[in-house]
Design a protein around this ligand. Structure first.
Ligand code: GNR
Ligand code: NI
Length: 167
């Protein structure tokens, strides 16, 4: 297993659109394991392949308190949504920034598991936000895109300044 470097906003690769994974093989299962190790080490509750510079439709997550329930989803799709919900979000690609984001309260999601089997389930509450946040990454979208242009430009300036100072 390996910890992969996480890209930081405003890296243009975070805007890439991920491609569907057609063959779920050992190489892709190794990527799942590396992404999980990276997510746990960060630490974060989710990670999209886009964040490690790989434009493939793959997300991993674990919202359990005990951090012992690793989950992955290839080619995740939102089938339907219900309600609206506002929650504070953060992102490993935008370190130190936490802001309220409004999303669907619940989502019905379909994808493939690590064996390539199709799975479908309903996500509510925090898991719903988490999965929508990860699927957004696969579309090249970041949670800061939901904030005002003024807030986003402040965050970008701060990120570029930090990168210059190499901290
Ligand atoms: O660790 C994370 N926390 C989080 C909190 C609220 C909503 C979404 C998230 S996902 C984030 C990890 C991350 O950046 N995933 O892309
Ligand atoms: Ni994120």
């Amino acid at each position: 297993m390996a910890i992969l470097p996480i890209l930081h906003f405003p890296d243009p690769r975070l805007r890439d659109k991920a491609r569907a994974v057609t063959t779920i093989d050992d190489e892709h299962r190794r990527l799942v394991d590396d992404m999980l190790e990276t997510m746990y080490a960060a630490p974060g509750v989710g990670l999209a392949a886009t964040q490690v510079g790989i434009a493939k439709q793959l997300i991993v997550f674990d919202i359990s308190e005990t951090r012992d329930t690793p989950q992955c989803l290839f080619n995740p799709q939102v089938l339907s949504t219900d309600g609206i919900s506002e929650r504070e979000e953060g992102c490993l690609s935008v370190p130190g920034v936490y802001e309220a984001v409004t999303r669907a309260e619940s989502v019905r999601v379909r994808g493939r598991d690590r064996e390539g089997k199709t799975v479908e389930f309903e996500a509510k509450g925090f898991l719903s936000h988490c999965i929508q946040h990860e699927i957004d990454h696969l579309d090249g979208k970041l949670f800061v895109d939901y904030l005002s242009g003024l807030k986003r430009s402040r965050i970008r300036k701060q990120a570029l300044k930090r990168r210059r100072e190499k901290s």
